[in-house]
Design a protein. Sequence first.
Length: 148
Amino acid sequence: MKRIGLCAAAVVLAFSSAAYSEDTTYRKHIKPLFEAKCVSCHGENAAPEYHAFKEDKNKWVSNGQGMRMDTYSHLVFYTAWPDTGALMRRLDDGKATGKQGNMYQYLGSTEEERQSNLNLFKGWIGNWTLKRWKDVTKEEMDGVKVKY
Ligand code: HEC
């Protein structure tokens, strides 16, 4: 009896760690979410690149368009380098800092949906740091996963 109990415990453990180790990836989780919530302003009709956006910021903003972010490479630019932490700062719910990012509102129409989508982004990024390149450490960057 004792043995069976132990085996059952081992099976439960194996299953739960498998569930935890399922990686959040761009292709599986982030791309569909981005297409549902962000692409209307950050898709191919947006400013082609961050620097082009900056050069003509007023024009793009008055059209309701941001900078292009609808590919994996574009999104990594706003996560890792050179615009380190930008995605995190804009999406953060402000619970830890008191300052909510201005893109948080687009994560969903209810608080529950926003939190659940924020958690998907957090899972994808790994280490949720709000720091910029000049302040972030090598160790903190090592924790940024952004799996394709
Ligand atoms: C209604 C249009 C709209 C939607 C929807 C939208 N954004 Fe934005 N976003 C903008 C505009 C315009 C800017 C530039 C103005 C600013 O800096 O706030 C911007 C800026 C950003 C930036 C800042 C980049 C930088 O460093 O300058 C990030 C990151 C971002 N958006 C991510 C997102 C994500 C992720 C989503 C989806 C959850 C999203 N946005 C949804 C319009 C939008």
